[in-house]
Design a protein around this ligand. Structure first.
Ligand code: ADP
Length: 321
């Protein structure tokens, strides 16, 4: 193994820089050359590539976002684009391509594997919605940002005896929502995994009940994948007469300096990715399961199961009385 490439792709996540740093420095430690590819697969196809050394990743451990920048690249959805990306990988003489990104980025990488690329995935998305791994880089920072916002909204909603409805990110998954709900002390959480049980009447009923047992303000978390937050706030106000405000946190949750948890996982996963490449492993995904880092088969990891533990929601309800 002489030379590897690294890129960040899809939605950015705090901790991506810590992962880039770990990949570059571990490679350098073992005398492997590294090229950084800008803007994800777009930069691979467009040739935005430069050599990286240890000093290029100085002072980035603490930074949110990604110094390599990221992008969504529609060309990867075409045979032509995929062939071009694989051809550039070969021209560059790469022995592996490390992709730090989410589910979509992994699927793109799986297509490149079919074209002869040695693909290595490091899971990074604030949404936690990746199969095969219990942790994805960026989740902890995003949840902490959401929790801070809930703390602040709680202050003002308590002072005015209002109801606050807060929409958090997560795409089609409810991990951020249930974590924010639990850690921010919400009395209700609406998240996509509830499926047919998603019900605004239940939420409104709960608010009325909670007022009747002496609660003076209300906090409801809605997952992005459920949506309808403004409408829910209006309905709550109309039906209950309680002043209600909707807040959509949006991309706020994508930014910020990564937490210790994200820096730790990103550093360890970056290290394990390079170690596995050096050991001759091919087409792999780094994962964290049951307290350990694992090296999985990339294609198999995409097929694995992952479920949100429904007990979290049950506990939120028990603790909200
Ligand atoms: P994330 O990696 O955060 O899930 P996206 O779903 O936007 O983000 O995926 C990032 C990029 O990965 C896409 O813009 C595209 O270039 C590539 N990609 C996603 N899905 C596929 C696919 N099925 N085939 C090829 N490339 C894909």
């Amino acid at each position: 193994i002489r030379k590897i490439g690294v890129l960040t792709s899809g939605g950015d996540a705090p901790g991506m820089n810590a992962a880039i740093r770990a990949v570059v420095r571990t490679a350098k430690y073992y005398d492997v050359d590294v090229v950084g590819i800008r803007k994800g697969y777009a930069g691979l196809i467009g040739g935005e590539i430069k050599e990286m050394h240890s000093r290029d990743v100085s002072n980035v451990l603490n930074l949110g976002g990604t110094i390599l920048h990221t992008a969504r690249c529609p060309e990867m959805m075409t045979d032509e684009g995929l062939d071009k990306a694989a051809a550039i990988y070969k021209i560059l003489g790469l022995d592996a391509l490390v992709v730090i990104g989410g589910d979509g980025s992994y699927r793109g990488l799986a297509e490149l594997v079919k074209r002869g690329v040695n693909g290595v995935g490091i899971p990074a998305t604030i949404d936690l919605d990746m199969k095969g791994t219990e942790y994805t880089i960026g989740f902890d920072t995003a949840v902490n940002t959401g929790m801070d916002a809930l703390n602040k909204l709680r202050d003002t909603s308590n002072s005015h005896e209002r109801c606050s409805v807060v929409e958090v990110m997560g795409r089609d998954a409810g991990y951020i929502a249930v974590w924010c709900g639990m850690c921010g002390g919400a009395e209700e959480v609406m998240f996509p995994e509830e499926k047919e049980n998603i019900n605004s009447d239940r939420v409104i009923q709960q608010i009325l009940e909670n007022r009747s047992i002496g609660k003076r303000h209300n906090l409801v978390v809605v997952a992005e994948g459920v949506g309808g937050t403004q409408k829910l706030a209006q309905d709550i106000q109309e039906i209950t007469g309680i002043q209600t405000r909707a807040t959509i946190l949006g991309h706020l949750q994508r930014g910020g300096s990564p937490t210790a948890t994200d820096r730790m996982h990103a550093s360890m996963m970056g290290y394990h990715a390079v170690k596995a490449i050096l050991e001759g492993r091919e087409n792999i995904a780094v994962a964290y399961n049951r307290g350990r880092y694992e090296i999985l088969d990339l294609l198999e990891s995409l097929q694995m199961d992952k479920e949100l533990d429904p007990e979290i929601y049950d506990v939120i309800k028990i603790l909200s009385i």
